[in-house]
Design a protein around this ligand. Sequence first.
Ligand code: ADP
Ligand code: S3P
Ligand code: MG
Length: 198
Amino acid sequence: MTDLVMPEALTVAPSLSDRAREALGGRSLIFVGLMGAGKSAIGRLVAQQLALPFVDTDAEIERVSRMTISELFATYGETEFRALEARVMERLLHQSQRVISTGGGAFINEQTRGHIKAGGLSIWLRADLDLLWDRVRKRDTRPLLKTENPKQTLENLMSQRYPIYEEAELTVESADVRKETMAHNVLAAIAGLSARGR
Ligand SMILES: Nc1ncnc2c1ncn2[C@@H]1O[C@H](COP(=O)(O)OP(=O)(O)O)[C@@H](O)[C@H]1O
Ligand SMILES: O=C(O)C1=C[C@@H](OP(=O)(O)O)[C@@H](O)[C@H](O)C1
Ligand SMILES: [Mg+2]
């Protein structure tokens, strides 16, 4: 049998994932944004495509506390939850490169935001109220929305937090498209960083 000789011109162009990894330059990727934006779902997919470990801060908090987020809020209150969240964030940011999906309040903490900016690449999944509401109304796992008018609560959180999420290095619009399309848009935004010379 004759040997198969590959012509040099057939070298493979780097994939979108390769280019995004290159642009990350060893930094962790941190998803921020409001409840329902898709941080947990899209973060997991993007991690798979980047072949990086994935961690969701809420899942990590539930693991270390052996309580659900709802139980933590009910038993210790939001202040204690935020303190635990900040500690978990700091620990995760000191670990090797990974994809981190935060809970919606994590980036609002000034110190956490500082740690993220110093060592990671933050990406805001921005969504409009109706999309967020449509997603979060289906589950009762978010204690902040256990109010008389949860959609109004969500809207209030948008006004308070969007000016802060805006500080993220990248913003990707969270649209009513397939999760795979969202993951692709995220990778393209990251890969675009090196094209912009950053
Ligand atoms: N692009 C998408 N298309 C359809 N459903 C989505 C999409 N992104 C997220 N979801 C769903 O919306 C809900 C909220 O997403 P999640 O990832 O938990 O948001 P977050 O972590 O930002 O609160 C989940 O049920 C998730 O599967
Ligand atoms: O916005 C917030 O303050 C919160 C968002 C939640 O995570 P998701 O954004 O993943 O829903 C969870 O951390 C907790 O219920 C508080
Ligand atoms: Mg989440």
